[in-house]
Structures are given as structure tokens and as C-alpha cells.
Design a protein around this ligand. Sequence first.
Ligand code: AMP
Ligand code: TRP
Length: 328
Amino acid sequence: MKKRLFSGIQPSGELHIGNYLGAIQNWTRYLDDYECIYSIVDYHSLTIPYDHQAMPERILNLAMMLLACGLTPERCVLFRQSDVLEHTALSWILSCMTTINYLERMIQYKEKAEQHGAPNIGLFSYPILQSADILLYRAGTVPVGEDQLQHLELSRDVARKFNLRVESDYFPEPQALLTPARRVLGLDGKQKMSKSLGNHIALADDEATITQKMKRAVTDTRRMRRSDPGEPNDCNVFSWHGFFSSEAEREDIAPRCRSAEIGCMDCKKILIQNMNAQLEPIRERYAEWASKPAEVEEILHEGARKARTIAQETLREVHALLGLQHQY
Ligand code: AMP
Ligand code: TRP
């Protein structure tokens, strides 16, 4: 039997290559070796202000992009979190096993509370819902970016508390599977790639847009003139080659950058070409899925049916362990 793996992503708008490299591409690596369950976590998106009219389209577009990246129904379960109400039921139970103190230490909460002001209870208990997402499927493995490590630590703590309370080892303690692309920097070469900073390349950008954006991508800042020698290890564009170019290409580029034989534009051109070769098939498949929204909806429904079967069984067992009854 394959081990079970769970991860989730919020429908927070247009995906960029940081999301792709840091999350989605990584998700596709486990499709053969794990039983993978992936969720579009729309309930998590309610924790900060959002446009409710745009939400249905955001969810559907995200589903289309996930499918285009290879997370197809033959290979994994893909579903929308709000279709499986057991997530919130388990979240309540787990919230009774989590201290306020612990939640107050969460970095993401502190950052977002500051950003948006007047934080709601949902934002505060966000990591509990995340723990419920994982534990509902008794998943022991969770691929995430490094920003989620603290939340996963909390999910282990919650699992331990529950197990202790009911004197069992019912829940596994979820372990993070860190992505190789833990923190992809943006075009500015300084900050994490993020849509809100506008330093991103969107996963759906066409070649012309990528080329346009790459012009302003910051390289080794000490290399002012074409004739200055560059240092690939201090260059964000070169680090992107690590995600899109072959090792042979990188070994070829590095010394030629150091000797100023090639300029930054030459190096960028190679990168654009390789980036495009990887992203073009995704864009094409995305366009295909986008032409059949009803089929995508049906995939989400079918995913929810499968997820619900597992979720209901867990909740039934959790209720029994806690001395509660379960009637459905
Ligand atoms: P967000 O859009 O920030 O909610 O992130 C969605 C997913 O993409 C999460 O799993 C993040 O860890 C990942 N992610 C977002 N931005 C980056 C980045 N710049 N580098 C690596 N991973 C990222
Ligand atoms: N909090 C995660 C993020 O911002 C998304 C998420 C929600 C998640 N539930 C999860 C990730 C469960 C892994 C497992 O990226």
C-alpha cells in the first residue's frame, strides 16, 4: 500500500513560477510513489478580504492550471475543500486541543494580522484548519514550501495532543517534504517572488511577456558593464537556470559569465528559451482544460466524492474515540 500524502493551495489568483516551482511542480513528483490528495483550500481564503464574485472563476482557473501541470484524476484526488464539510468539523475538534498561546506564535498570523488589521478568528485559527486538512486523511507526508514548516509543527503537536487525549496512536504526525525550490526570488533578485510585489512571472505568461519581463530581471549587481566579469553564484538569473536549464548548460554558462565572454542578455536569452520550452506545454494544456469548464467541475466533484468517503470514515472514528456519536 502506498503512503498517503496531502497538500493544499489557496485560490488566491494568478499563479507564478514561484508557486509552480515551490509547490505544484513538486506535487507532481510524488504522483507515482504516494497516494496523493490535493485540495484547493477555499475556506482558507476567507481569512483575509477577498472578492466573492471573482472566487468561482479563481477556483476553476486554479483547477485548470493544476490539471495542466499534470495533477489529473487518474493520478491523484483533486478537490475543493469547501465540498467536504468534514474539514471544518474536525477543525473544531482540533481547536479544542490547541492553546491560544501556541497560535499566537505563528509568524504567518502575525504578518497577515499586521497587513490587514483587525484580524478575524479564522485567520488566527488558520493553522488548525490546515491541520484538519491533513489529519482528516491521516496523511503522514505533506509537501510544502519552507514558509509552512511552522504550521506543520503545529499539526504534529495537535496530532500528539489528540492521540494522548484518547490514548491511541490514531493520527500520524505529519512530516514536511520540503521542495528543492524553497524560496524562488522575484525579478528584483531580492525578495521572494510574489504577486503582491509585482516581481513575478506568471505561469500563464506567453513567450513575449516572459521576454519583456526578463529584461528587467536583476543579475549580479556588481556587473555594471558588459565587459565586467560576473559571478553566477551572486546572480538570481543564474539561480533560475537551476530550475530550467540542464547541468551541462549551466556548466557552460558559469565560466563564460566569469570571464565576461557572454553578457547578461545572452544568459537571459538561453534562460527564456528553456523556460518557454518547459512552460509552453503547460500553457497549451491549460488552454485545452479552459475550453471545457464543465469537465473540470466534474473532476472536482468526483474528487470531492472520493475525499468525502475517507473524511467521513475518519470523522466517525474520531467521534467514537472522543465518546461522541455519529449518525451518518
Ligand atoms: P501563496 O500564493 O503565497 O499562498 O503560495 C502558494 C504556494 O506556493 C505555497 O506552497 C508556497 O510555499 C509556494 N510559494 C509561493 N511563493 C513562492 C516562492 N517565491 N518560492 C517558492 N515557493 C513559493
Ligand atoms: N497554508 C498553505 C499555504 O499557504 C495552504 C494549505 C492549506 C495547506 N491546508 C494545507 C498546505 C494542508 C499543506 C497541507 O501554502
